[in-house]
Design a binder for this molecule. Structure first.
Ligand SMILES: Nc1ncnc2c1ncn2[C@@H]1O[C@H](COP(=O)(O)OP(=O)(O)OP(=O)(O)O)[C@@H](O)[C@H]1O
Ligand SMILES: [Mg+2]
Length: 462
């Protein structure tokens, strides 16, 4: 895709840039500005801009090339338009569950977002052995609200078709298709893993039943344009902060109805997602313990119209990877046990929150010729997709190019033990294998079966 060349932002030119953006002057004063570059990413520049006594801003600009290589590896900055599109929807559908969105400068491919400097990236928190009860439910609720607002549930069919057409993000989808859904399952030069895993990887690739399910999921990734999904929802795309005013075990309370789609929490209240009435819960889960955490989902540059359960599945997979770490990490017996127990509950709770939020929104669907039985069948299939994508995410983070610090920071022996158990769990994420492990004629039962098989695999590696 061609684009006009544009000036890149630097700490030195940001003051002048912000002077030209008067709608941002409630957050920063360009004449009293301090700037920190915080992005360590390869594709974008991320700056925190602050002025004394003001909330500050995060400015994110897409680079027109891959930074690690330089201008000789060009990449269209159009993904910033995709990120803006997702934030535009989220600021209506789930305003308290994303950073506040102050707009997009299409000439400079730059987004202006709430400054979340006081928040922590969830993956860092989990790696330090601290659970974040509440955050997983917020993430599930975020995904449900986005699915409702952008799918056949919340949009009239003509608007839906137009959105599907205008939301292609082909360059980034191609990355996911290759790195997540193709390369890890074949012999490919970008893959890498310790020799101790070679047998497990070989077995997985020869497992025709499992590979057939991966291909089903890849086919759905390519062809199912159900909803505008985040596309890269992992624990590094979620910021969390402790929030004392929340009820334990509640999740994103009281899923909104369509009339309540503005999110109800008061945008920019600075207190994280609001609590309302008790949430509908299809399963009884143990309550979270200790302080509660609020979550905000960020970095939706991979967003596209895809399978509705892709996001919850990817997040479940990343929580499973964190559980693999917890199973082999020595934080002291009690703390390690608590961490692992919470992560296994969190895997399930992401789904429970997603399902509960969608059920609560369902009465406000645009086309009521879709009845309740349709929702049941849709949720059941979505729960199978979620577990399947969780499995793909586990495999690709162990075998494929993009690894995760949860496992990479472990020594070789512990890492191989955790990874073997996780690969074994991933192989069991097909609908029929999940059915061997529990009640799978209801969606929450499918996800519970996944959490149970993770528990049984990880129990043996500590
Ligand atoms: N709104 C924000 N407020 C404060 N810090 C932020 C904000 N958004 C992002 N950051 C920080 O900047 C980092 C990079 O942000 P982001 O993930 O959006 O960039 P990216 O270039 O897409 O990164 P990646 O290559 O990992 O996808 C985050 O991990 C976080 O530490
Ligand atoms: Mg990114």
């Amino acid at each position: 895709m061609s684009y006009e060349s544009y000036e890149l932002l630097t700490p030195d030119n940001l003051s002048d840039y912000l002077k030209s953006q008067p709608h941002l002057h409630g957050s920063v004063d360009p004449l009293r500005l301090s700037v920190r570059e915080v992005g360590d990413g390869n594709l974008n520049l991320v700056f925190i801009c602050e002025s004394p006594g003001m909330p500050g801003l995060c400015i994110k600009q897409s680079l027109p090339y891959v930074r690690m290589v330089g201008p000789e590896w060009p990449l269209s900055p159009e993904r910033a338009c995709a990120e803006a599109r997702s934030y535009q929807v989220a600021s209506e559908a789930a305003p308290t569950l994303v950073p506040r969105y102050f707009g997009f400068d299409a000439r400079r491919y730059a987004l202006a977002l709430e400054n979340l400097s006081g928040w922590t990236v969830l993956r860092s928190l989990l790696n330090s052995g601290v659970p974040a009860p509440g955050a997983e439910s917020d993430a599930g609720a975020y995904s449900a609200r986005m699915v409702f607002a952008t799918s056949f549930m919340g949009l009239p069919s003509e608007a839906l078709r137009r959105q599907v057409c205008s939301s292609a993000n082909a360059e980034l989808c191609a990355i996911t298709e290759q790195l997540v859904l193709t390369e890890p399952f074949v012999d490919h030069p970008r893959n890498s893993f310790f020799p101790g895993l070679a047998r497990a990887v070989e077995d997985l690739r020869r497992d025709r039943h499992y590979i057939a399910n991966v291909q089903r999921l890849k086919h759905r990734f390519l062809t199912a344009s159900e909803a505008l999904v985040h596309g890269d929802l992992h624990t590094g795309s979620i910021m969390v902060r402790q929030s004392g005013d929340r009820q334990v075990g509640g999740g994103q309370g009281g899923a909104g109805t369509a009339g309540d789609r503005s999110g109800g929490g008061g945008e920019g209240d600075g207190g994280g997602p609001s609590r309302r009435d008790a949430r509908v819960s299809p399963t009884q889960l143990p309550d979270g313990e200790g302080s509660l955490w609020a979550a905000k989902v960020f970095d939706p540059e991979f967003c596209f119209y895809g399978p509705a359960a892709l996001d919850v599945g990817m997040l479940m997979g990343n929580l499973a990877l964190a559980a693999g770490r917890a199973a082999v990490c020595d934080l002291g017996t009690q703390r390690s046990g608590d961490m692992l127990a919470w992560l296994l509950v969190a895997v399930e709770r992401v789904w429970v929150s997603f399902e509960a939020e969608l059920r609560a929104l369902w009465p406000a669907r645009t086309d009521t010729s879709f009845g309740d039985d349709f929702l049941e069948a849709w949720l059941l299939r979505a729960s199978e997709d979620a577990c399947g994508y969780a499995g793909c995410e586990i495999v690709r983070r162990i075998v494929g190019l993009a690894k995760v610090s949860d496992l990479e920071t472990l020594d070789e022996g512990a890492r191989v033990r955790a990874q073997s158990a996780l690969l074994s769990a991933a192989r069991r994420t097909t609908p029929s294998r999940l059915a061997e492990g529990g009640v799978t004629d209801e969606p929450a039962g499918v996800v519970r079966a996944f959490a149970e098989l993770l528990r049984s695999e990880l129990r043996q590696v500590g």
